[in-house]
Design a protein around this ligand. Structure first.
Ligand code: PLP
Length: 310
């Protein structure tokens, strides 16, 4: 590891990696049905860095600082062949000189992806595993065995949603409150592994945190978020909406794909169908249905993720 990073704070690492923080927050005025006259804003975490986009940095910042300051020998983590989490982590590890092993769901005969190509270039050790092995990724015994194989390594769960991710994500809420000079009524984000929603909730404000499930995970996702929150006794109100996963993770029916394809001209914004597309689509629908309280201030968290859609 690089010697100048003997005891770095997350903020010092962000400077090393040339992240642009705080991320911009701006008003958003799409021509959507808005019967309750809500005011929309976007928190642009998609813009914090050209490569390390969005919520993945927020989840990794405190974990990377922990790894460097505690002198771990490396990191082991998990993901699919398009994983935004592994992509961001791989780049950070490359820049910070931390050895990374990625356990990736996939078969050696499958074609590579731009995500995997980048990770190889950033010196990540990729270990392909089959579906059944990958299923054990959060199994206690399996993780213990992995740590025997990779001693003194820090293990980061899929999506980066480790308990150490929470504090980094809650910094988004601090930035939003400063940016708005006010606590918003709602913050909305996509939910995949739950760390982002948990981090927003942990900020313990009067803001209602609404997650949009991007996969079929009723019950399971709520449990994932609750588990990450157990350390914080007092939290903001939160809820996960399960009506806009469009059939499951990575599913992109025409309606959703078209919504994303048109977003640059209609919303002046780039979104992709796996995460941000579902977030914006759901918000448009809920707004039209009068779901939000009258005159609310609503912040959409743009979590980035455009690399995965290449
Ligand atoms: C990983 C990811 C999410 C999901 O965040 P979780 O903390 O896993 O729920 C949302 N948006 C993008 C772009 C992501 O890459």
């Amino acid at each position: 590891m690089k010697s100048q990073n003997i005891n770095p704070s997350p903020a010092a690492l962000a400077t090393d990696l040339k992240l642009s923080l705080p991320s911009p927050l701006h008003e958003f005025q799409p021509n959507w049905n808005n019967p309750n006259h809500c005011q929309l804003y976007i928190k642009r975490d998609d813009l914090i860095h050209g490569i390390i986009s969005g919520n993945k940095w927020r989840k990794l910042s405190h974990q990377l600082a922990h790894v460097v300051s505690q002198g771990y020998r490396g990191i082991v983590s998990f993901g699919g062949m398009h994983s935004n989490h592994l992509h961001a982590l791989s780049y950070c590890c490359y820049k910070l000189g931390i050895p990374l092993t990625a356990i990736v769901r996939g078969h050696s005969s499958a074609p590579s992806t731009p995500t995997m190509d980048d990770m190889r270039q950033w010196n990540t050790q990729i270990e392909l595993v089959d579906r059944l092995t990958y299923k054990m990724r959060s199994n206690h015994e399996y993780c213990r065995e992995l740590l025997q194989k990779f001693p003194d390594h820090h293990l980061i769960p899929e999506g980066g949603s480790h308990e150490l991710a929470i504090d980094g994500v809650s910094e988004i809420m601090d930035e939003i409150i400063i940016g708005l000079s006010h606590t918003p009524d709602y913050v909305i984000c996509p939910v995949g592994s739950g760390g982002t929603l948990a981090g927003l909730v942990s900020s313990n404000t009067s803001t209602h945190c609404l997650g949009i499930a991007v996969l079929k995970g009723e019950g399971y996702l709520e449990e994932a978020v609750s588990t990450l929150l157990t350390k914080n006794s007092c939290n903001s109100e939160w809820l996960i909406n399960h009506d806009y996963h469009f059939g499951g993770y990575g599913k992109r029916p025409n309606e959703l794909q078209t919504f994303c394809d048109d977003s640059l001209s209609s919303l002046n914004l780039r979104i992709e169908p796996t995460y941000s597309g579902k977030l914006f689509y759901a918000t448009r629908e809920l707004l039209g249905q009068g779901y939000f309280k009258a005159n609310s201030r609503i912040v959409l968290l743009h979590t980035g993720g455009l690399q995965g859609a290449r």
